[in-house]
Design a binder for this molecule. Structure first.
Ligand code: UD1
Length: 433
């Protein structure tokens, strides 16, 4: 682990243009999906983040090589020499490693997978993944922290998820593409990153109906019938929201090139309620043109709102640290309710060190806005909270120093460089010995 820090000093309004990289929560699943077919798949708009490297290492251990062949292009080479074993040293580093389960089980009928790690916020069970795959004929045994999964040939099934879990939807989907017959996933998660995965699978030759809806219908194909494909990763709505939050607390006028308004509708509505001006620019009105994006203006103090996190199309839990940070300097009192992960308020103590007035209890946080935060040393507890602390630093008097930068690097493609290019006073430094 390195001990770098990000230093931020308040610098006034941000101006300019920032390109929004591809989504971490999509690209990792697309990479795992290349286990489904032999051949070379090329992914573009791939963010330069640490988690892509970790997923690359995990897939290399299983048998798919990945190489970055351009700044945002990764080539995935599956020459058919697959060993369906996901070792603990790699799995524990990243939650998305669980996404190798569906492709390997559906295609090879067996997998040994250590239980996954990743961000450490509350317990994150995989019971819905296993229940769905069991309904398709798989059996599971847990021995010494390793899930041993077996299946002859999976068969189609009607599966209703108790909750629209992103990971469970993805694993059932990527198993079902090779199952015999039709699988229906009801109450499926419908995050844009899942639609992105569906579109990649269709490009590989899979038959999937209901893409983007909460009912996915998958007609399985014979193993061996899918083929490698090329795909452009959907832009990262969480990184886009981070730049919106940065402008919100700093003021200014910024264009977010590539951001998709149609993937962030609810959030944009609430940000407008807080006083931001946001318009869709260029391309199609739905923002689907890659040349398009969003323009944001912020002037004066933000207004407080109440927010509750929900599965898509609701406000994503990953936005929440950013929203709490914005509320910390807004005019009024805002209540934030977390409906997904009870443990996800740990960064609140760090924001309090910066002078934020926040009371968090269980699923709720009451945020009483203060006119000005005050810079201090803080530590990032996870990816999104780390980015939120950087944003808080933009709104704080004096210097804020954010440690735990390795968390930020897992999900952000040059956050420091991008903010500096917009005029922020920000730099990375080695921590003093
Ligand atoms: C993904 C995202 C994460 C985001 C989350 C919710 C990735 C790599 N991570 O995580 O950034 O915060 O979606 O938008 O894409 N649950 C169960 N049993 C299960 C599966 C989930 O109880 O079998 C619970 C979880 O503990 C959690 C909730 O369901 O409380 C949501 O989990 P899920 O949607 O599966 O999130 P992830 O795929 O882990």
């Amino acid at each position: 682990m390195n001990d770098e820090r990000i230093l931020i000093r308040r610098a006034g309004p941000l101006r300019g243009e920032v390109a929004i990289p591809g989504a971490k929560n999509s690209v990792l699943k697309l990479m795992a999906a290349t286990l489904l077919a032999d051949g070379t798949s090329t992914l573009t708009n791939v963010p330069d983040i640490v988690d892509v490297g970790i997923m690359g290492d995990l897939l290399a251990a299983i048998g798919v090589r990945s190489e970055r062949v351009g700044p945002d292009t990764v080539r995935m080479v599956n020459d058919g020499n697959i060993s369906p074993v996901a070792p603990y040293e790699l799995v524990e580093r990243i939650r998305a490693s669980i996404n190798v389960l569906g492709p390997l089980l559906g295609r090879f009928g067996r997998v040994s997978l250590s239980l996954p790690g990743g961000d450490d916020f509350g317990s994150r069970p995989i019971d819905m993944h296993l229940k769905g795959l069991e309904a398709m004929g798989a059996t599971f045994e847990l021995r010494h922290g390793v899930v041993e999964a077996r299946a002859e040939r999976l068969h189609g099934a009607d599966i209703t998820l108790d909750f629209p879990s992103v990971g469970a939807t993805e694993n059932i989907l990527t198993a079902a593409v090779h199952a015999k017959g039709t699988t229906v996933i009801d109450n499926a998660a419908r995050e844009p990153e899942i639609a992105d995965l569906c579109n990649f699978l269709v490009a590989m030759g899979a038959h999937i109906g209901g893409i983007g809806s909460s009912t996915l219908v998958i007609e399985g194909v014979e193993p061996g019938q899918l083929h490698a494909a090329d795909h452009q990763v959907v832009p990262d709505r969480i990184q886009a929201a981070t730049y919106l939050a940065a402008v919100a607390v700093s003021g200014g006028e910024v264009v977010l090139r590539g951001a998709r308004a149609d993937h962030m509708e609810m959030l944009l509505r609430r940000f407008r309620d807080m006083g931001l001006s946001i318009t869709t620019i260029g391309g199609a009105l739905d923002g689907s043109d890659a040349g398009g994006g969003l323009a944001v203006w912020a002037e004066g103090r933000l207004r407080s709102i109440d927010v509750a996190t929900l599965p898509y199309p609701g406000i994503a839990t990953d936005y929440k640290p950013l929203i709490v940070t914005m509320l910390a300097v807004a005019d009024g009192v805002g209540i934030v309710t977390e409906n997904l992960y009870p443990g996800r308020f740990r960064y609140v103590e760090e924001l309090q060190r910066l002078g934020a007035d926040i009371r968090a209890d269980g699923h709720h946080a009451v945020v009483r806005g203060v006119p000005q935060l005050s810079g201090a040393p803080v530590r990032a507890p996870d990816i999104r909270a780390g980015a939120a602390l950087v944003v808080a630093g933009l709104a704080a008097d004096g210097e804020t120093s954010v440690a735990g930068v390795h968390h930020v690097d897992r999900g952000y493609d040059d956050l420091v460089g991008r903010l500096a290019a917009l005029g922020a006073d920000i730099e990375r430094v080695d921590a003093p010995a």
